[in-house]
Design a protein around this ligand. Structure first.
Ligand code: 5GP
Ligand code: ZN
Length: 113
């Protein structure tokens, strides 16, 4: 599973990505198909398929804290931004390695589609 997982392969640098931040536990890189001027994916380095499989509260919390720091460094913290975790089919999850989307740099409507 982790052998072929796209985001595990990005963690191992087997697939190129525009990595903008990392620490021991988490990695952040730009989405290949951005939906906003800033669109960054923040992931745990350890494979977790989705929020349905997450049991490490600290690992999940780190994603949000990292996103807030990246929002500041991207210059969007004051205007605002959105953090999203899509889980499963109805939410449109396409990559089954848990990831938090950080979107900003434009106004976003609510509710999401
Ligand atoms: P999901 O739909 O699962 O919540 O989000 C998956 C995201 O991963 C999508 O926004 C998609 O554009 C992005 N993505 C898919 N493949 C790659 C890739 O190879 N590199 C990068 N940087 N992003 C990817
Ligand atoms: Zn993975």
């Amino acid at each position: 599973m982790t052998e072929s997982c796209l985001f595990c392969r990005i963690v191992r640098r087997e697939i190129p990505a525009a990595i903008i931040w990392e620490d021991e536990h988490s990695l952040a890189f730009r989405d290949i198909d951005p939906k906003a001027p800033t669109h960054v994916l923040v992931i745990p380095k350890s494979h977790v398929a989705s929020l349905n499989d997450a049991d490490d509260a600290l690992a999940i919390g780190r994603l949000s804290v990292a996103a807030a720091g990246i929002a500041t460094s991207e210059g969007i913290a004051e205007r605002g931004y959105r953090t999203v975790i899509n889980t499963g089919r109805d939410a449109g999850q396409t990559v089954f390695h848990l990831h938090l989307h950080l979107l900003g740099g434009r106004h976003m409507s609510w509710p999401p589609g």
